[in-house]
Design a protein around this ligand. Structure first.
Ligand SMILES: *Cc1c(COP(=O)(O)O)cnc(C)c1O
Length: 375
């Protein structure tokens, strides 16, 4: 078995048997000629199986230490695929400050079909255990969480879930398999938005579901084909291209993030820095009003105000009005998503330029104390 960095370049990606091409070709085709009715060369119809997609699925599975992988048109399509395991009357226990789109599909879409969700602080194992009911089927974890970057003990939670006879799902988008491999920690299913670090270049959407469990895979594969939210061959190619440098990129993302965190922690206009000591997503609360926070966001020049994360380019967002706008204000307040919260996705630029830009934008944030004295 090859090691991680080798698998990123080789898993599922042998040189092309027909031509020797060293890169998996973009098989831009929707269907495949059959030898006789019902007999084909491994590929029948592109929604069901596709060679460029299969290369991506095998590569992603190997990086997560899973036997089976499925690729999707987006992270949300991957989440939808896993939730398709549920029936009317089932219950899910989930991390409370999770990705806003996951919150939305849970509470505004699957709830319509009679699936019930309970949100808990999953960093608290007792709270997780207490939320499990006889009809609970899934424990849904996101760690580090979004946008507060709280960490959950995946092994501890998976053990609780296994004792209760339920499956554990981990959304591993923020950490990537470079930093955290949930299946080795006892999780049954890993979900990704490959749009983020795995692709890494902000040029396509994608999602993935990985599992080591054959019966789960059989069901999930059936849903993938039945629902049809599959990625096209060009998207699979771009994500495979991104994966080859994932280990290198993550190392530099993390190094840059440590530099930014050190700078932010020493700055007196910042009330709080959220950073789990790994990864490259950093959140902080400005010691300022909402208006000041918006004015601050407009002063940044190198950092791009945008949804998403995990790109070579540094991005930032204001979760209360952007990624978490679909979460009710009182829920945001209860889980601690402050109005002055900014989330950074630290990219691969020279960290000194990233810090200089933050510094010029922060220099103009008015001190509430100074304002009070003047008044
Ligand atoms: C972005 C994201 C998703 C959704 O992925 P899309 O590719 O945007 O559909 C799901 N989970 C997490 C943690 C994300 O950051």
């Amino acid at each position: 078995m090859y090691r991680f960095d080798t698998l990123a370049i080789h898993a599922g990606q042998p040189n092309d048997a027909a031509t020797g091409a060293v890169t998996v070709p973009i098989y831009q085709t929707s269907t495949f000629g059959q030898i006789e009715p019902g007999v084909h060369r491994g590929f029948g119809y592109a929604r069901t199986e596709h060679p460029t997609r299969r290369a991506l699925e095998e590569c992603l599975a190997s990086l997560e230490g899973a036997r089976y992988g499925l690729a999707f048109a987006s992270g949300m399509a991957a989440i939808h695929n896993v939730l398709s395991l549920l029936r009317h009357g089932d219950h899910v226990v989930s991390t409370q400050d999770l990705y806003g789109g996951a919150w939305r599909i849970f509470t505004k879409y699957f709830s319509k079909f009679g699936v019930d969700f309970t949100f808990v602080d999953s960093s608290d194992l007792t709270a997780v255990e207490r939320a499990i009911r006889p009809e609970t089927r899934l424990l849904w974890l996101e760690t580090p969480s979004n946008p507060l970057l709280k960490t959950t003990d995946i092994a501890g939670c998976s053990a609780i879930a296994r004792r209760a006879g339920i499956r554990t799902v981990v959304d591993n988008t923020f950490a990537t398999p470079v930093l955290q491999q949930p299946i080795a920690l006892g999780a049954d299913i890993v979900v990704h938005s490959t749009t983020k670090y795995i692709n890494g270049h902000s040029d396509t959407l994608g999602g993935a579901v990985l599992t080591d469990d054959e019966s789960l895979f059989t069901d999930l594969k059936f849903f993938q084909n039945a629902i049809g939210a599959v990625p096209g061959p060009q998207d699979c190619f771009l994500i495979l291209r991104g994966i080859k440098t994932l280990p290198l990129r993550m190392a530099r993302h993390c190094e840059n993030a440590r530099g930014v965190v050190e700078y932010l922690r020493a700055h007196d206009r910042i009330a709080k820095v959220h950073y789990p000591e790994f990864g490259a997503i950093v959140s902080f609360e400005l010691d300022a009003s909402v208006d000041e926070t918006i004015a601050f966001s407009k002063r940044l020049r190198l950092w791009t105000l945008a949804e998403s994360l995990g790109s070579v380019k540094s991005l930032f967002c204001h979760p209360p009005t952007m990624t978490h706008a679909s979460v009710e204000p009182e829920v945001r307040r209860r889980v601690g998503i402050a109005d002055g919260l900014i989330r950074l996705s630290v990219g691969l630029e020279d960290v000194r330029d990233l810090i200089d830009d933050l510094d010029q934008a922060l220099a103009e944030v008015a001190s509430p104390r100074r304002v009070a004295c003047a008044g």
